[in-house]
Design a protein around this ligand. Structure first.
Ligand SMILES: *Cc1c(COP(=O)(O)O)cnc(C)c1O
Length: 395
């Protein structure tokens, strides 16, 4: 899956453009920068790829989520519904803007279950943030319909799914805004970086301002002439990181093609294995194929297969025990361990994170194994992997 596997001359050329001018800042310095605007160039490409009107880059996917939440008007005391299978960054971003993360069940898409969201809605609910995990999609049309019906903001955490589509439409483009991550283990990488997409001019302007201390960027070449319509912070991306992203984004189609081919070869070889079923993908054609996720009939069998795969050189995450991606191991959230007091703690009736129980999600995650699909696999690597998988199912 990761762009880091294919770092090459194209990335070096883009970075050198920046190094030759010495202008590492995305704004201003017009005379010195030799017309290189890597962050702007990346944003334009991101709009084209996702079919979005606007995009804004940030210093990370987490920063993009925080910025998008703020830009959508979500803040202190608002409840934001998120899934328990994600990366910690999703709840961190919600807490960071003073809002309250509320967890709702996943289904066999491994993403938020549209049929269960209603159960956790309160008078404080403002937004739903589905996370398109492991390169594939939630039942996003149903989630969108639900949000529209209830008057809730839909913000997609598409950090793991650049290049994936549902019915031909880019993930991240279904709600008011969508976010991507370009950290070093994502499908494409800037080293560190993230992006927001939206079709809403106001959301775009607020994001553009918030991520740069509230600057409206209307002062022309003179940054000091910018106004500050809102208070913000610094979530800017540097030109060096954006330059890497420009080269990587140009390779996206090739990356997705390779992932799909490699995934299909493994999946085809697994179809006659006993007791295996596959993650439900609402639109298989739109899968970006970063992972092959499959189910075993029981927790015991899944644990055994995961252990066998690791022993046979085909180690694959068993997410149920993973402390970055599944709520069961988020003890820092459950105990609200932090350095200084956080705004969301001031709310009345905070959810009981410590005793949080999501039975459906547990049932699904207990039987799930996900195999990461790599770009650099040769035909021989794939053949070896298939043999390792077959051997793992015999034990
Ligand atoms: C990686 C990731 C993020 C955060 O991205 P960073 O760029 O690492 O800050 C957010 N959500 C999900 C689902 C992710 O996988």
């Amino acid at each position: 899956m990761p762009g880091f596997e294919i770092f090459g001359d194209e990335e070096r050329k883009e970075v050198n453009d920046v190094l030759e001018t010495g202008v590492l800042f995305r704004y201003g310095f017009e005379e010195a920068r030799n017309n290189h605007f890597k962050a702007f160039e990346f944003e334009k490409k991101l709009c084209n790829i996702t079919g979005s009107k606007y995009s804004h880059l940030c210093s990370s996917g987490t920063a993009a989520l925080c910025t998008a939440l703020c830009a959508c008007g979500i803040g202190a005391g608002d409840e934001v519904i998120i899934p328990p299978f994600t990366f910690v960054a999703t709840f961190e971003a919600v807490i960071n803007v003073g809002a309250i993360p509320v967890f709702s069940e996943i289904d066999e898409t491994l993403c938020l279950d549209p049929d269960k969201i209603e159960d956790v809605i309160t008078s404080r609910t403002r937004a739903v943030v589905p996370v398109h995990m492991c390169g594939s999609m939630a039942r996003i049309d149903e989630i969108k319909n639900f949000c529209d019906k209830k008057g809730l903001i839909l913000l997609e955490d598409s950090c793991q799914s650049i290049g994936a589509t549902y019915q031909g439409k880019s993930l991240g483009s279904f709600g008011l805004a969508g976010c991507f991550s370009f950290d070093s283990v994502k499908t494409i990488t800037c080293g560190e970086g993230g992006g927001i997409i939206t079709d809403n001019k106001n959301v775009y302007e607020k994001a553009d301002q918030y991520a740069d201390h509230g600057h409206d960027h209307l002062g022309g070449a003179d940054r000091g002439a910018d106004d500050h319509p809102i208070m913000g912070t610094n979530y800017r991306i540097s030109e060096l990181n954006a330059a890497v992203g420009v080269a990587q984004l140009n390779k996206l189609d090739q990356i997705i093609d390779t992932q799909r081919r490699n995934k299909l070869a493994i999946k085809d070889a697994m179809t006659d294995l006993p007791d295996v079923s596959f993650r439900y993908i609402p639109d298989a054609k739109g899968d970006s194929a970063t992972f092959l996720s499959f189910f075993l009939p029981t927790e015991e069998r899944a644990r055994q297969i995961a252990k066998n795969l690791a022993r046979n050189g085909a180690g694959s995450p068993y997410w149920y025990d993973n402390n970055w991606h599944y709520y069961k191991e988020w003890h820092h959230l459950k105990e609200i361990k932090r350095s200084g007091k956080l705004a969301f703690e001031l709310a009345d009736n905070l959810p009981d994170y410590k005793n949080l129980l999501l039975e459906n999600s547990d049932k699904i995650m207990k039987k799930t194994i996900s195999m990461q699909i790599m770009l650099s696999w040769t035909d021989k690597d794939i053949e070896n992997r298939i043999q390792a998988i077959k051997k793992s199912f015999k034990g």
